[in-house]
Write a protein that binds this ligand. Structure first.
Ligand SMILES: [Zn+2]
Length: 184
């Protein structure tokens, strides 16, 4: 490896650490040893990095709302990325994550307790799930892209259509209650 290539890898690692990616992920992306990246993290943030195993895909995809958000990230990631079923295209992931974050905050979902955003680290894990075939993208009859994961606890279905159905049911119920109250 030439000196320039080494500098490029270190620069990439710094950029990824600044974006909040964990030491183990940055080490995998930059091909720099974890000990070196850990040291970099320490110098950059003046604190030790949090270590621990990466979360399993099914641990991330724990509810309907997370599944919907994961579908948005992965749909954009697949359309932007290259060779994504072989390795994580980190540049494509960052772009797809930016689009998703923008949607998330513009929709003010951060102010709704029911919606918890997906972190960039977890998004990276989801991309790995495409490689390991733990995650597959499907299209529902209404045209939404949704994800299915091996061993998921939720029913295999389009989570967006499911959520819309549930929400519409709630609105109808509320309207019926209001009508009954007025009729009393
Ligand atoms: Zn659907």
């Amino acid at each position: 490896m030439t000196k320039i290539q080494v500098y490029e890898k270190r620069f990439e690692a710094l950029t990824l650490l600044r974006l909040g990616l964990s030491v183990s992920i940055v080490s995998k992306c930059s091909e720099l040893p974890p000990s070196f990246v850990r040291e970099m993290h320490k110098k950059l943030f003046l604190t030790a990095s949090r270590s621990g195993p990466l979360k399993e895909v099914n641990g991330i995809l724990k509810n309907t709302r997370v599944m919907i958000q994961a579908s948005i990230i992965l749909k954009n990631y697949i359309s932007i990325g290259n060779n994504i079923f072989k390795e994580v295209d980190i540049d494509a992931l960052i772009k797809a994550y930016d689009i998703y974050s923008d949607c998330f905050y513009r929709s003010q979902l951060d102010k709704d307790n029911l919606w918890q955003s997906i972190s960039l680290n977890h998004a990276w894990q989801l991309c790995r799930g495409l490689i390991s075939k733990e995650i597959k993208l499907r299209v529902c009859p209404k045209g939404c892209t949704y994800i299915e994961s091996n061993n998921q606890n939720l029913k295999l279905q389009c989570q967006l259509c499911y959520l819309i159905k549930i929400e519409l049911g709630r609105i109808k119920k509320r309207k019926r209650k209001r009508r009954l109250k007025l009729a009393e």
